[in-house]
Design a protein around this ligand. Structure first.
Ligand code: NAP
Length: 437
């Protein structure tokens, strides 16, 4: 019997568990460990609440979670309740699927002012992450600046722009739904340090901005290269740029405007005791496509700044880490393979924060194959889940099972407002209480 611990129950974690099942069949026991009492990581706390079709992938992970040889171990924090070296003693292989939940710092003067928020915190706030429930972002201001030209910037801009009616069918949490419903924000600037051809936004997500109930996107065609140059783009990017060009013909006849500021590099944030304006420098592209400052600056008046410039994996003591890339040091997902148990990583903890949810699937399959090769000569000597239970018991850690999660999920569905699939519990104690034990 092979015993494998997967740390993290998001997409990368469950794709790995699925791959291990396919690789080893009945000859494997997989424990999927998560610090939260609820599973699915990014699906619950990262994917936008109005993108329910994306969140539906959790049904695939549920199928894996419900099989006999996979177990969910929630409410267990690696580093506090159990260490990686201890897990390596207990399991034949340990896979880090811890994602990239920390913001990359903006690193400009004024980024510590109240009203300047990283996307991990802002997204965590509207998605009911227990750490960010009390964020209370300033929405009593006329304008917000969203820094970055990726899909997270689009998520944040769209959530700020939507009417309460547009959240019907979503699972946005009550505190965010109420606050956004009373928001005074009318202008949302989306700032890219490069141009329309360099955006990291995907067409479907960008196209949504053209169909909002009470907000209209605004672009300046002066920022665009000649239309003929679009032919040089790969098809997805060309479609995105076509949407952007189409935004130029929309009539600004709605209460809110989403303004695309291209070639705009944030220099500093100013304000008396809180963010009041963002000073940006106009840029141009050098011959390698990088943004270089032109020396020309202007101010964007805004009381809320959300930086959406990428994420980092939190380091774990003793695990080799690449500081500049914000991920574990690894070679094709292998951190350290050895006869006494191997350490692997998958998903954003392996590659950094890139790609869609499905991009994490091949990672899991590749690592399962590597584990099979590394374990060819060993395996069967570790105590696995029995050993973990003994250790956690001795430390008074209360493990949350998948059955517990199903009760929590049912309780969330039972208290949902009309049209919403669930009303999420936000505090850990509420989640634990809803297990009904
Ligand atoms: P991303 O796609 O890497 O975009 C980051 C953006 O931040 C880029 O436009 C980048 O500009 C900019 N940036 C980086 N450092 C900056 C700085 N110091 N100052 C100004 N701008 C800076 O990252 P993301 O938006 O966080 O998304 C992460 C991953 O999740 C992506 O793969 C994304 O597609 C995915 N995602 C998908 C969905 C969806 O499918 N619905 C939703 C959300 C996220 P440069 O290009 O100039 O570096």
């Amino acid at each position: 019997m092979r015993h494998v611990a997967v740390i993290g129950s998001g997409p990368a974690g469950y794709y790995s568990a699925e791959a291990l099942q396919k690789q080893f069949g009945d000859d494997v026991r997989v424990d999927v460990i998560d610090r939260m009492p609820v599973p699915y990581g990014l699906i619950r706390f990262g994917v936008a609440p109005d993108h329910q079709s994306i969140k539906a992938v959790s049904r695939r992970y549920e199928k894996v979670a419900l099989s006999d040889n996979v177990r969910f171990c929630g409410n267990v924090l690696v580093g506090r309740d159990v260490t990686v070296p201890e897990l390596l003693e207990l399991y034949d292989a340990v896979i880090l699927a811890t994602g990239a939940p920390n913001d990359r710092p903006l690193g400009i003067p004024g980024d510590d002012l109240p009203g300047v928020i990283g996307s991990a915190a802002f997204v965590g706030w509207y998605n009911g992450h227990p750490e960010f429930a009390g964020l209370d972002p300033p929405l009593d201001v006329a304008a917000a600046a969203v820094i970055g030209n990726g899909n997270v910037a689009l998520d944040v801009a769209r959530i700020l722009a939507k009417t309460p009616h547009e959240f019907v069918g979503s699972d946005i949490v009550a505190h965010a739904f109420g606050a956004l419903g009373n928001s005074a924000i009318r202008r949302i600037h989306v700032l890219g340090r490069r141009g329309p051809h360099q955006i990291a936004m995907t067409p479907k997500e960008l196209g949504e901005l053209g169909h909002l109930e009470d907000a209209v996107p605004e672009v300046d065609l002066e920022d665009f290269p000649p239309a003929l140059d679009d032919a040089l783009l790969e098809p997805g990017q060309r479609k995105s740029v076509t949407y952007l060009r189409e935004f130029a013909s929309l009539t600004p006849d709605k209460a809110r405007t989403i303004v695309f500021d291209f070639f705009a590099r944030p220099l500093r944030i100013e304000g008396e005791g809180r963010a009041e304006r963002l000073i940006v420098e106009k840029t141009r592209l050098d011959d390698r496509g990088a943004a270089v400052g032109t020396g020309e600056t202007y101010a964007v008046e805004c009381g809320l700044v959300v930086s959406c410039i990428g994420y980092k994996t939190p380091p774990i003591e003793g695990v080799p880490y690449e500081e500049d890339r914000g991920r574990f040091a690894n070679s094709g997902g292998v951190i350290e393979a050895g006869p006494n148990g191997g350490l692997y990583c998958v998903g954003w903890a392996r590659r950094g924060p890139s790609g869609t949810i499905g991009t994490n699937r091949p990672d899991g399959y590749e690592v399962a194959e590597k584990i099979a090769a590394d374990l060819a000569a060993v395996g069967g000597r570790k105590s696995g889940r029995a050993g973990l239970d003994t250790l956690l018991d001795s430390r008074g850690v209360e493990l949350v099972t998948f059955r517990d999660w199903q009760r929590i999920e049912a309780a969330e569905a039972a208290r949902a407002r009309a049209g919403s699939p669930r009303e999420k519990f936000v505090a850990i104690e509420e989640m634990l209480g809803a297990r009904g034990r």
